[in-house]
Design a protein around this ligand. Sequence first.
Ligand code: NAP
Ligand code: ZN
Ligand code: ZN
Length: 387
Amino acid sequence: MLSTVIPPLVLTLFNFTVTFEWIDYINTTETNNTNIMKTAIVKAFGTEAPDADLKQMDITRREVLEKDVEIDILFCGVCHSDLHTARNEWHGTVYPNVPGHEIVGRISKVGDKVTQFKVGDLAAVGCMVDSCRECEQCRKGSEQYCEKGNIQTYNGHDRHLNKQTFGGYSERIVVDEDFVLRVPENLDLAATAPLLCAGVTTWSPLKHWNVGEGHKVGIVGIGGLGHMGVKLAKARGAHVVVITTSPSKVEDAKRLGADEVILSTDKEQMKAHTNTLNFILDCVSADHDLNAYMRLLKVDGTLALVGAPEHPLPVAAFSLIPGRKSLAGSTIGSIKETQEMLDFCGQHNIVSDIELIKIQDINQAYERLLKGDVKYRFVIDMKSLKG
Ligand code: NAP
Ligand code: ZN
Ligand code: ZN
């Protein structure tokens, strides 16, 4: 093994000081093979600790392998999951952490065996960059449910470099072409970035539970995910009922496509909609009373959680039993579903409502996100990092 020949200090030194050089790297994948991997230093924005601000830093990315593409990142959306992870609210964050999984850019390099993309193409990356490709879920094209765990775009385990993956708050990213998406040419690029997480995370459950014409669907929490849920559910033909805690979003929700709006802090409004919804998509990022929302479902209705608050949400047995109701969950979407959703958005001219920011404003953006003060997704113009 190479590690017995070269002391770890030298490897570390090489890793961080030599750019665009061949670097000896110990790869401890399942086979424990020793690979030679060419890497590069890339500018990024990330955090060193749960309570630290995000700041500029250098990260190491592999140079393209034969099936990889390198994407020069133009825009990256700011998902609430970025904040949960940067601050270790879900536990298990490995530092330094570079968030960002709503990535749109242009291909700058391709490996020798890449067949789907060429240099200069627009391309996008969402929440996953790899999976085992062998388990039942991967084989049937549901790699987001990979039985060994999909490899997340950030804070995942990069099996090539044997360290954590780094996300899209960076100049560029290298990804296997199988996990890279095509971007419809007719859509605004910055406003397309949030489709890569907020779009597919709402599309996948709407599709799975067949939400469409003849369905009355409630969308709870009108942030990045929720506002995309409204647009996509409406475009699928459903009757859309927005359920928000924000009086300022009541009128705006109708502009997004809502047929009805419930201000959830108003008990009378909530009571008036008891037993009326077939399906609820819960996109809330913080603690909230699920029982109050379950009451809005009809018999046999389902509430699917996509929002992932830090703390457990208590559910009373009698919120489920009398109406044979289901409480479910859903994670992102498959690569196939993501492409399908992007193509659907291209055909229906659907993008996210965004506020474009510089990377240097990311810490203020996180504070505003916590207050629900964004309509409806921050997107980072990555020129601000490169400039
Ligand atoms: P976001 O933009 O911050 O939106 C969250 C919304 O939740 C807020 O705009 C607000 O909507 C509502 N809300 C906040 N606090 C609330 C409270 N105490 N009670 C009720 N409603 C409250 O966040 P996001 O980026 O859309 O993400 C939403 C959640 O989904 C996060 O937890 C994120 O990590 C998770 N997520 C999950 C997946 C997945 O695969 N399942 C993927 C991406 C993100 P109103 O103002 O309308 O009330
Ligand atoms: Zn996300
Ligand atoms: Zn798998």
